[in-house]
Design a protein around this ligand. Sequence first.
Ligand SMILES: Cc1cc2nc3c(=O)[nH]c(=O)nc-3n(C[C@H](O)[C@H](O)[C@H](O)COP(=O)(O)OP(=O)(O)OC[C@H]3O[C@@H](n4cnc5c(N)ncnc54)[C@H](O)[C@@H]3O)c2cc1C
Length: 414
Amino acid sequence: MENVITADIAVIGGGAAGITAAIEAKQTAPSLNVIIAERLDRTGKKILVTGSGRCNLTNRNISGGDYHGSLPFVMDIIKKTKNTEEFFRSLGVLCSADEEGRVYPYSKSAASVLSALRLKLKSLDIPEICGFKADNIDKTKSGYTIKAEDGRIIKCRRIIAACGGYASPANGTDGAALKMFREMGIKTAKICPAVAPLRVDPASVKGLKGVRVHGKVSAVSGDRVLKTEEGEIQFTENSISGICVFDLAYLFSEYEGKLSVKADLMPEYSEKQLSDILKEIKSGRNECTLEEFLNGLFVKNLAVFIMKRTLNLPLTEPVSKLKNKDLSKIAETIKNLSFKITGCSSWQNAQVTAGGIHAGEIDVSLCLKKEKGIYFAGEILDTDGKCGGYNLEWAWSSGMWAGRNCALSLHDLT
Ligand SMILES: Cc1cc2nc3c(=O)[nH]c(=O)nc-3n(C[C@H](O)[C@H](O)[C@H](O)COP(=O)(O)OP(=O)(O)OC[C@H]3O[C@@H](n4cnc5c(N)ncnc54)[C@H](O)[C@@H]3O)c2cc1C
């Protein structure tokens, strides 16, 4: 094993951002020697699990409001870099989009995306140095020394740090790299799981485990509705999830202890319309038990849950016992099912990290302000997007941007 490796540009982290950074750096300045150092035994492991193995690699409806965090120039970078679908087409990966604008490779296989990226690395002669966990960075006269846990050393002129965050530690991202940069005096924004389930008190969802229902979910703090999303809501024994809930999770960090999620299970109808529908249902179901009253609207466990939440009556009683005011209360519960959020999910269940290298530390080229040879790209930075291709879009675009700017900074010197 070679103990000292030299390079012009060393990319730390062989994920989506690191691979595109390396490709773009080499294409910008082909004479430069670019390498990727990856802590796992191979590059791109996380790419393989994205989009449930299908890789939702971007979205056709991206706007600034889809990203959160301190970075003010996310959309500028996305606009200034190559269009992601065109980039992949140039690698031989044709893409197609679903009706929500979510873009996938035509193969619907994340493996084909990773394979195309790795073929490109090979054709550009960019070595992938695996099993290299960067542990320490020292400044030298001519650049930097990166030390790995196993004693190997990379000597380079520039660094692009694309080491991800904390989400999905099985894929190489346990926050150790962010810790390394914090120890170098670099400021990071508050870290929190994003694109993740939200925890609730198990007693508040008793009986709902496994239930899936379409609805609108709103993140609420006090009287303020912070954000509303629509989609399939899923329940476990201690959490609520589903893509629409994932997209509210980033708010937990700011509103910890003061956040509730309110679900509207029949958003197509007003509360008044729903009360009238319930009156109609009652007239045909007077002989049924209360337990059976809503089973034409919802799956059994949810129907029973709503009745228990609303009424103080044994559900063995007949529907004929319901008064008009009870029907109004049931309608209100269906439209305003509220859960207090007690926590965010574990990093194992989170797809993305909110927080990371703070915007105040970097300039628009994604270079560290106080150390003009270290660039950042991807999830390690303080930006996170919603579910639906937005996070990979940021990884590819910021990778290209950092790669290009980093290469140009050396190209100008040579
Ligand atoms: C289950 C799951 C599904 C997802 N699905 C989607 C989706 O369909 N669409 C979407 O847009 N987003 C999705 N995401 C989010 C998306 O995958 C990430 O935001 C994106 O991959 C981040 O890319 P990155 O290159 O910045 O970081 P990462 O992909 O996390 O790559 C960082 C790399 O750096 C390496 N590394 C870390 N520390 C060191 C070190 N000290 N030394 C050397 N190497 C190091 C890691 O091993 C890793 O390979 C999903 C995430 C998960 C977990």
